[in-house]
Design a protein around this ligand. Structure first.
Ligand SMILES: CC(C)(COP(=O)(O)OP(=O)(O)OC[C@H]1O[C@@H](n2cnc3c(N)ncnc32)[C@H](O)[C@@H]1OP(=O)(O)O)[C@@H](O)C(=O)NCCC(=O)NCCS
Length: 177
């Protein structure tokens, strides 16, 4: 089934996928059978969200993300561009699949890879380009390959506040001049 809006073809959304209110699905994205997406979430272009995935409310799934069958993602989760989640530890295992669990309020930086059977705890942050091979504790910040804890969420929030304050008067337009 093709899903179309007035800008042309938007996405392939399986007829048995459940898309809640106010969900935006951008161009050329695939959403498989039985997948559920919670209200107010956004799915970027070229994302591949396989069958039987659960995504909560208010999530931001950026372009080019891959989410395998059986993944469970909580509410208010941010997946940066080109994140890859995996579910087969010893491929091809013939269907013995253990998808990651991403708890509420998690942020995952662009181009990160989350290995099979890994849980990312509530509120944790994964830095850009990380390879996450083990569970990430709630409210911790990890990065690297393999990813290691580098700071607390509290420290991250302080850095985020400073970043916003320092850059609040800059317009995005400046980046394109
Ligand atoms: C993880 C992150 C928050 C760390 O920020 P920070 O603490 O301010 O880090 P700094 O820039 O001060 O760098 C500190 C050190 O960590 C390293 N580092 C920073 N981020 C890293 C990452 N993602 N992976 C590996 N090393 C990293 C830096 O190279 C630096 O190393 P050095 O001490 O050897 O010079 C940030 O770098 C990041 O990855 N943000 C996510 C960006 C993203 O994916 N956004 C998606 C939406 S566009």
């Amino acid at each position: 089934m093709e899903s179309v809006n007035n800008e042309g073809i938007v996405a392939f959304i399986h007829p048995e996928a459940k898309i809640s209110k106010n969900v935006t699905v951008w161009h050329f994205t695939y959403i498989g059978r039985g997948t559920k997406i919670g209200a107010n979430s956004m799915i970027g272009s070229l994302a591949h969200i396989d069958h039987d995935v659960v995504i909560g409310k208010n999530c931001r799934i950026q372009g080019n993300v891959y989410i395998p069958p059986g993944t469970v993602i909580g509410n208010n989760v941010f997946l940066g561009p080109a994140c890859v989640l995996l579910n087969d530890k010893y491929p091809p295992s013939g269907g013995v699949l253990r998808a990651p669990i991403i708890e509420d309020d998690v942020t995952i930086g662009g181009n990160s890879t989350i290995c099979p059977d890994v849980k990312i705890g509530r509120g944790a942050v994964v830095g850009a380009g990380s390879l996450v091979t083990k569970d990430v504790p709630a409210l911790s910040v990890v990065y690297g390959s393999p990813a290691r804890t580098v700071m607390t969420k509290k420290e991250y929030v302080l850095k985020q506040k400073t970043w916003k304050k320092k850059n609040s008067c800059r317009k995005m337009k400046e980046n394109f001049n």
